[in-house]
Design a protein. Structure first.
Length: 299
């Protein structure tokens, strides 16, 4: 493969495995678990095989195996033991490790293999909450520490989006069973991070509601057209980077002007930008939800 990241610093290894760099150095020196190369300035670098081994060692270590015993197994027996002990308890960790490797290698086949194995045991909702969400929460840290590039993040995010699209489409073949309200999902202007909103759309369809998905960067004024067709709308949005915190008050004022034309309608908002807002804004026709599951539980 071209353009695959094959060299990792000890800080990368720490970020990807959750094992402190100091501990990795001890394992390396005391148990000869890894054989890093050295740069001209004597800085450790690790290859992809070392990362794979560290992730497997970490899974065993977190499942009660002593590091001294793991070190005696040898490179061939460690993956075999990992496969033996994968259970409901460790399956999440194993899946997360596989998805990280798929991301680092831009390896779609490994992503699909891991995903299909999960689907044999879990529902899509369980996979999203137990595996995809923890992975996505790690991406921010990995990106901030330069362990991964934006290309890695886009690659894995778009594969997850594909799965949401597939499962949503399956639900949309059947007519909605709940028609008392319609959910209109959109992102505000200059907002393009839609993975969370796509998953909300899936959950609403799963619960039998009619949804209209409008997607990215929708001006408030353009939403007024929906009021010509529906009188009881739940507008749903996800603020990741926009509007900025300085612009939130103005945005809510503008949206209230829209909602005043439809007294039965409401705006539901989630996302990073509203996490620090007081819940007191959640009154009248605008409601804040601190998580996707909080919104889903309110249905």
């Amino acid at each position: 493969m071209n353009n695959v990241k094959t060299s990792f610093s000890i800080r990368d290894m720490e970020n990807l495995s959750g094992i402190k760099a100091h501990t990795i150095r001890i394992w390396e020196k005391r148990y000869n678990l890894f054989s890093p190369e050295r740069t001209d300035t004597n800085i450790r670098t690790y290859n992809l095989e070392s990362l794979q081994k560290l992730l497997n060692v970490t899974l065993l270590y977190n499942n009660g195996y002593k590091i001294s015993k793991i070190a005696k197994l040898g490179d061939a027996k460690i993956p075999a033991l990992v496969n033996e002990i994968i259970s409901e308890k460790s399956e999440k960790s194993h899946a997360l490790n596989s998805l990280k490797l798929a991301m680092l290698n831009f390896d779609q086949s490994l992503f699909l293999k891991t995903y299909n194995e999960l689907m044999e045991e879990k529902s899509f909702t369980q996979i999203f909450n137990e595996v995809f969400l923890p992975l996505l929460s790690e991406l921010g840290l990995l990106w901030q520490t330069n362990t991964i590039s934006p290309a890695h993040e886009h690659f894995i995010s778009n594969l997850i989006k594909q799965k949401i699209y597939i499962h949503t489409e399956k639900l949309q073949f059947d007519a909605p069973t709940k028609n008392d309200k319609v959910y209109v999902l959109f992102l505000p202007e200059n907002e393009i991070h839609e993975l969370g909103l796509l998953y909300v759309n899936y959950q609403l369809a799963l619960h039998g509601y009619k949804t209209i998905y409008l997607g990215q960067t929708m001006p408030v004024e353009s939403l007024e057209d929906l009021l010509k067709y529906y009188h009881n709308i739940r507008f749903v949005s996800y603020f990741t980077v926009a509007p900025t915190k300085d612009d939130l008050d103005d945005y809510f004022v503008r949206f209230n002007e829209l909602l005043n034309k439809s007294p039965q309608s409401e705006l539901y908002v989630m996302g990073h930008q509203i996490q620090e807002l007081d819940d007191e804004i959640s009154h009248g026709q605008i409601k804040l939800f601190k998580s996707i599951n909080q919104l889903i539980d309110s249905l």
